[in-house]
Design a protein around this ligand. Structure first.
Ligand code: URA
Length: 269
């Protein structure tokens, strides 16, 4: 059992004095009842909400954000807002970090968690978690760009792992494409495109492993992963398993297959 004020301080709602004022204002509920005292004792199963938003009490947290441009994946930054600054207050917990990083001008799917083991697994080169990006750029693919990426582009003293390029359009001066990679090297997508003569102008991550960017999250928004999405991210089941088990609703709506996500992106172009 923990005191409500201590719990809210630990969850990042401010110093003890601020939290006491928050409780006094009537905005905090425990198990559906407005909390009257900072000394209220709560257990691990208590449902706590602030301003109607649930405060997760579980120890592992998985947040999915549709990262907007202009914010950085860092715990603090003297010039720019960070992805943590733009989280809703009830999600601002201690010890959160991003699973990998997206550049300041990259948008799309970003996982924020306190689960170091999962992050390590998803980022480990052994795990080969696919990352899929929607890319726009200035330039033109030549006929062998796809093969060059598939073979593994020369990179420093070695080579990149094979990457999958799907060309959406390849006009005289502009390209639209999707690129799937299994690594996460510094500015990897931009540098790969540059190597085949294209300057990236828009970059959006649309998939991480089996998890696609869900359509309900606008740029700049974040929410907790549902338990199904969490399982997909952890590799407990893949989309094809969901489909074969008849869980079409989950597969098609909650964890959006990539072709559907791409169709939507194309529709909004
Ligand atoms: N590759 C890049 O170049 N930038 C990103 O943000 C992600 C992948």
């Amino acid at each position: 059992m923990t005191r409500l004020d201590k719990f809210l301080c630990d969850e990042g709602f401010g110093a003890r004095k601020e939290v006491k004022a928050l409780i006094k204002s009537g905005k905090v509920k425990v198990n559906g009842e407005t909390a009257k005292s900072p000394e209220t004792k709560i257990d691990d199963n208590a449902a706590v909400s602030v301003n109607g938003a649930e405060v997760k009490t579980q120890s592992s947290i998985y947040i999915i954000m549709n990262k907007p441009k202009g914010v950085v994946c860092a715990s603090r930054d003297s010039l720019h807002k960070t992805v943590f600054d733009i989280l809703p207050p009830e999600m601002k917990k201690k010890d959160l970090f991003t699973v990998g990083r997206l550049d300041i001008d990259t948008t799309g799917l970003l996982i924020i968690t306190n689960d170091g083991d999962l992050s390590h697994r998803l980022l480990s080169p052994k795990h080969h978690a696919e990352k899929e990006y929607y890319v726009e750029g200035k330039g033109k693919f030549n006929p062998n760009s796809k093969e060059i990426f598939e073979e593994g582009l020369p990179w420093g003293k070695g080579r990149l792992k094979p990457a999958r390029l799907e060309v959406i359009s390849n006009d005289a001066e502009n390209v639209k494409a999707s690129l799937t990679i299994t690594e996460g090297k510094f500015h990897q997508v931009k540098r790969m495109f540059y190597a085949v003569g294209i300057e990236v102008t828009e970059l959006k991550r649309v998939r991480f492993g089996g998890l696609c960017l869900p359509p309900d999250i606008e740029e700049g928004e974040a929410r907790y992963l549902t338990s199904d999405e969490e399982a997909v991210l952890k590799g407990k089941f893949e989309l094809h398993t969901l489909l074969s088990e008849g869980l079409r609703d989950i597969a098609e709506n909650r964890v959006q297959p990539f072709d559907k996500a791409m169709a939507e992106i194309k529709e909004n172009l």
